[in-house]
Write a new protein. Structure first.
Length: 87
């Protein structure tokens, strides 16, 4: 899998992009556990991607829901036992 960022919201610490092999879109948030900082990626459908790309408020709200773990069913990679906390 190869991930390419298409928009980065520096002030709110989230971004959206495309997984280039499949063409699927994602939203990413930074997280940290005791050992490492990493990113959780959540799949977006095409409609969500385009709405989020055009509307900062919608994408910010979705990123906040991801931080509260309300969209774990959309995780690209399932977290391990030492799941990180949002930063």
């Amino acid at each position: 899998m190869n991930f390419r960022e298409t928009y980065f919201a520096k002030e709110d610490s989230w971004w959206i992009g495309q997984e280039t092999d499949s063409g699927r879109h994602y939203l990413a948030i930074p997280v940290s556990n005791r050992m490492v900082d990493y990113f959780e990626l959540y799949w977006l459908d095409d409609e969500q991607y385009h709405r989020f790309f055009d509307n900062h408020d919608l994408s910010f709200a979705f990123a906040e829901e991801c931080r509260r773990r309300e969209h774990d069913d959309l995780l690209v990679f399932q977290p391990g036992t030492d799941r990180g906390a949002p930063r």
